[in-house]
Ligand binder design. Structure first.
Ligand code: PMP
Length: 322
């Protein structure tokens, strides 16, 4: 779908995937006005295909657009575009355990203009690709980055814009060099409080049956999986604290057993238990470091059962398309 200042959103069409033609002076290529979303379509037990809370992605997309001074895309148009693509590509929605059709709605600024200003022309597109589980079974290992941060107060951390990910790649590469699967970022002011991972939010389970996760202070992405897990945990009778997590206390708490479990959560990763956290000065191990903890397993099951229609969708989260 195209946007121009005069006409608004227009020219919606579904085409076979093909290369894009862009003028070399297109604003996205120079000033990074680009935002995106990540969603999944699942096969539903008993038949059908559905996405999960698409209106939440549509809302976050509008918020990202506002932060990046981009055109406002109505939520209904966002959801309709995704639905249409899923309908056309429904044969590509896989049916195995943990499998889904990954959906990537995104918007770029394509005004041909080299001055620094918000563009007046945009393109909104959705592409799709079948995917399996992001991580294998078992636990992931995570490197705590002390050299890089992901976002600063007043910055773009809460927006899902490409530049945030460009800035995180060097830290992700650093985590691989240390033999870890993922990177964990700390706050940019004190390098002391846990923020989030390269493409996931992070949560911890304390020994008093409390789920602890960093608060939404504007420097982390407000994950839809994060929000869903918080609600499911409350339903299960857990306490939930959205509170700053001091990295030193976390390492000490893992050693003493105060922090029993840790996991990453997001659309791609769903819920991935963390076995070890590593940093320059040491290692924190959750449980035996290899076996997913009971709370992580239960929360993951509760979430994926809803997403795939195996349990009752009391919250009205499942958006049936076919
Ligand atoms: N943080 C970051 C940096 C992410 O890229 C993602 C994935 N979108 C998340 C958190 C989790 O968000 P969600 O649960 O909406 O996928």
């Amino acid at each position: 779908i195209r946007y121009t200042e005069g006409e608004g959103w227009h020219d919606a069409k579904v085409t076979a995937r093909q290369p894009l033609t862009l003028d070399p002076a297109s604003s996205v290529l120079h000033y990074g006005q680009e935002i995106f979303e990540g969603m999944k379509a699942y096969r539903i037990a008993g038949g059908g295909v559905a996405t999960f809370r698409p209106e939440a992605n549509a809302r976050r997309f509008r918020e990202s657009a506002a932060r990046m001074a981009m055109a406002d895309l109505p939520e209904a148009l966002f959801v309709e575009a995704v639905d249409q693509l899923v309908k056309i590509d429904s044969e590509w929605v896989p049916s195995g355990d943990g499998q889904s059709l990954y959906l990537r709605p995104f918007m770029i600024a394509n005004e041909v203009f080299l001055g620094v200003k918000p563009a007046s022309e945009y393109l909104f597109m959705v592409i799709a690709c079948p995917v399996g589980a992001y991580f294998g079974k078992g636990c992931v290992s995570v490197w705590v980055s002390e050299d890089y941060t992901r976002a600063a107060p007043g910055g773009t951390g809460a927006a899902k814009c490409g530049g945030n990910y460009a800035g995180s790649l060097v830290a992700q590469a650093e985590s691989k060099k240390h033999g870890c699967d993922q990177v964990l970022f700390l706050d940019s002011r004190e390098q002391r409080f846990v923020e989030e991972m390269g493409g996931m939010n992070v949560m911890f389970v304390r020994d008093d049956n409390t789920l602890v996760t960093p608060p939404l202070t504007g420097t982390i992405l407000p994950g839809i999986t994060r929000d869903s897990i918080i609600r499911l945990a409350i339903q299960k009778g857990m306490k939930v604290e959205e509170a700053a997590v001091d990295i030193d206390e976390l390492f000490q708490g893992a050693a003493s057993g105060r922090y029993k479990e840790a996991f990453a959560c997001g659309t791609a990763a769903v819920l991935s238990p963390i076995g070890t956290l590593r940093r320059a000065g040491g290692v924190a191990t959750f449980g035996d470091g290899e076996t997913p903890g009971a709370v992580s397993v239960a929360l993951k099951k509760a979430l994926t059962d809803i997403q795939t229609g195996r349990s009752n969708d009391q919250q009205n989260w499942v958006h049936h398309i076919l």
